[in-house]
Design a binder for this molecule. Sequence first.
Ligand code: ADP
Length: 305
Amino acid sequence: MSTQPSATLTVLGSTNMDLVAYVAAAPRRGETVTGREFRTVPGGKGANQAVAAARAGGAVTMIGAVGDDDFGSRLRVALAASGVEVSGLRTVPGASGTAHIVVDDEGGNAIVVVPGANGTVTSLTAEDEDRIAASGALLLQLELPMAGVLAGARAAHARGIRTVLTPAPAQPLPDELLALTDLLVPNEHEAAALTGCRDPQKAAAALLERVPEVVITLGAAGSLHAARGAEPVTVPALRVRAVDTTAAGDTFVGALAVAVGEGRETRQALAWASAAAALSVQRHGAGASMPDRTEIEALYVRNNR
Ligand code: ADP
């Protein structure tokens, strides 16, 4: 039996219902097209990271908000079913967050995100601060109002809790947020947007002037770790047939936080997160595509002996 210490994580982030329409070609302005299929899928970057980390074996608490509509109760149930503790997920009057997604036959997509309840998370309660204080790390993304993200980062920092920031969707970051970030995990596009450097090695070097540790995810090319005073480490992605890369980055971050929380060293932690992400890209959807710990461990062991 495994005697690893388990990772205790808090996620402060968004919860959305993804409303996905599959069409041959997306409608132009003023046009109506008939779609082939429609799915409602629980999503949101915060919830996706929480589910990924819980499936990977972490003890995960989610802080955020859903609306008092039907989607809100479904989103809460879906998170709880994945093993995420949801007492920090408030229910507020009005609509839950939604993402309206049109996927065309070439795999291209167009997305409208309406924040809804997520937009109310601009501060933390005393209970939220206690949840953060009791965890090994706080995972943050940028789908909540910046005031809420900053409140979380400040609360964690003040208590010596590690902060892991996924700077997505890409936007300019306040200096204060970067100053409160222990580990920044952009994809290569976000890293380029933040630094102006297309080359990931150069972008990582530029980011290290602002945060102590960076992991840049590089899609099918893997991931790159850089920390002040350490040699950069590159870990390849697993060679798999990707059918849907939605939430690959969120799966990677959730699994990475679990691996680091369990004390795996950098290269092993990146390889473990890569195994989790490789499993997710071989399946459709976001939450439904996320692997559990047994699958991740089996693939990791197969690839690293
Ligand atoms: P995001 O989903 O945020 O854009 P990436 O596309 O960089 O993030 O993917 C995150 C991680 O998922 C990568 O570092 C890699 O480990 C894994 N991954 C993504 N695409 C593939 C792929 N086609 N094959 C195998 N692994 C992949």
